[in-house]
Design a protein around this ligand. Structure first.
Ligand code: FAD
Length: 459
């Protein structure tokens, strides 16, 4: 006999787990939500939200430093990390308070403690057992390291340690030029640190369209961020006042700190998943497109499921699963239509296929692309940001990829996603009215150009 039974029992209260809990409760189901840390998980406490607060503080610092170009006289006197951290922590704690209030008001039972799957439909927490008619695994992810690379939290850090730093480091080696590495590199550079990124792949944020990566690299170079792409890390040594990082070829890079940002692995070890017969692939939980594992009634959502490790994917999967359990027959999450944003200065945002993948899929003659430079966009000129909107379409067909570069372009990805999700043709999007002057207009302009009638762009 279980100590308590629920319609839905969820293991992990991060983006995927809590979204599932909120929606299931809204649909009248009883919900048990097991969490060993804080409701909100990685995204709220040590991921999306605190990093974006740091990035905003970095933008404020850049505005002060560059104020003269707007005719405003201001000087940047320095960064008060205690103040920055208190602003960041304030944002997190207000959102946390709101979320816990919401969870409570929906009648969800939060079961505090470390859970383990001890039956296909049963979770044990501190010796008490809980059962669910349906069980949702949502135990999330953790920072990965490399074999033999020891993270000590003092000189060699993960993103979690980096978020708790009480000072601006003099210099940092960022190991990994993916999204998380580039975001921290961008923040620290704006705060005045010397930053070197070491990346084994040939370019920064290599999952993005090559043109976007190249634009980010140009912008970073201009900002004095050093990057060594196509370069493997070999070892790190502690020195008297920091670290010495040796890379392929024998070069040594000295710095005060090193951030390890080489990806995130699933939290599935030791949780009883394999003992209960759940199929795993390199630690990730294998599901079908309806988030169902191979064990009947057991679902998985979020970062433990292979695919993009993004909070909004987890939210949507969580909502989907709750509706599926409630018998609403919802539409599965379209994994190809998940928007991606790198919130550095400048930002990258995209949805759909990059040009190379589109060409592989449809043939080089089966696609067309156009790039609209933000130089022709009034609002971008006002903001003094550079970048572009790049569209990839199937020849005489819908838009299959949208790629944006420039400060604040992350805010445009919603419209890009609608166009992609609706399989919009440039000819359908071109007549839509975009408010002037907004950066949003650049999306309209790019579609006008691809429809063969460019307005503020050369034919
Ligand atoms: P998590 O949020 O990791 O939640 C899992 C929860 O399960 C945790 O609270 C954990 O404590 C709990 N748990 C695990 N095991 C147990 C157990 N045995 N018993 C009880 N509880 C358990 N994504 C974006 O979309 N946008 C961003 O800007 C963004 N920025 C990021 C920045 C950083 C630095 C990082 C690290 C990540 C970022 N992400 C971002 C990714 C995002 O945080 C994750 O995709 C998202 O949190 C995944 O949600 P999840 O529910 O799968 O897992």
């Amino acid at each position: 006999m279980a100590d308590a039974d629920y319609d839905v029992l969820i293991l992990g209260a991060g983006s995927g787990g809590y979204a599932c809990a909120l929606r299931a409760a809204q649909l009248g189901l009883t919900v048990g939500l097991v969490e060993k840390g804080k409701v909100g998980g990685t995204c709220l406490h040590v991921g999306c939200i605190p990093t974006k607060a740091l990035l905003h503080a970095a933008e404020v610092a850049d505005s002060a430093r560059d104020s003269e170009q707007f005719g405003v006289r201001a000087t940047l006197e320095g960064i008060d990390m205690a103040g920055v951290n208190s602003y960041k922590d304030g944002v997190v704690s207000r959102l946390f308070k709101g979320l816990t209030g919401l969870v409570k008001s929906r009648g969800i039972t939060v079961i505090e403690g470390e859970g383990r799957l001890t039956g296909p439909k049963q979770v044990t927490v501190d010796g008490r057992t809980y059962s669910g008619r349906s069980v949702v695994l949502a135990s999330g992810s953790h920072s990965r390291s490399l074999p033999g690379l020891e993270v000590d939290g003092e000189r060699v850090l993960t993103s979690e340690h980096a978020l708790r730093l009480d000072r601006v480091p003099r210099s940092v080696v960022v190991l990994g030029g993916g999204v998380i590495g580039c975001e921290f590199a961008s923040v620290w550079r704006s705060f005045g640190a010397e930053v070197t990124i070491v990346e084994a792949l040939p370019r920064l944020v290599a999952a993005e369209d090559e043109a976007s990566s190249k634009a980010l690299e140009r912008a970073f170079r201009k900002r004095g961020i050093v990057f060594r792409t196509g370069t493997r890390f070999e070892s790190v040594e502690r020195t008297d006042d920091g670290v010495a990082v040796t890379v392929e070829g024998g070069d040594r890079i000295e710095a005060e700190l090193m951030l390890v940002a080489v990806g995130r692995g699933p939290v599935t070890d030791g949780l009883g998943y394999d003992e209960q017969g759940i199929t795993l692939d390199r630690g990730f939980v294998v599901t079908d497109e309806r988030c169902r594992t191979n064990v009947e009634g057991v679902y998985a959502v979020g970062d433990i499921v292979p695919g993009l490790q993004l909070a909004h994917r987890g939210f949507q999967q969580g909502i989907f699963v709750a509706e599926d359990i409630a018998g609403l027959d919802p539409r599965p999450v379209d994994e190809t239509a998940i928007p991606r944003v790198t919130y550095s200065h400048p930002e990258l945002a995209s949805v759909g296929l990059d040009e190379r993948t589109a060409a592989e899929k449809y043939g080089a003659d089966g696609i067309e692309s156009v790039t609209y430079d933000l130089g022709g966009n009034g609002k971008s000129q006002i903001l003094k940001t550079q970048g572009f909107v790049k569209l990839v379409r199937r020849t005489d067909g819908p838009v299959v990829g949208i790629h944006l570069v420039g400060d604040r372009v992350g805010e445009l990805v919603g419209e890009a996603q609608l166009i992609y999700g609706w399989e919009g043709y440039p000819e359908d999007v071109a007549p839509l009215v975009h408010a002037h002057p907004t950066q949003n207009e650049a999306l309209g302009e790019a579609h006008l150009a691809l429809a063969g009638k460019p307005l503020h762009a050369h034919s």
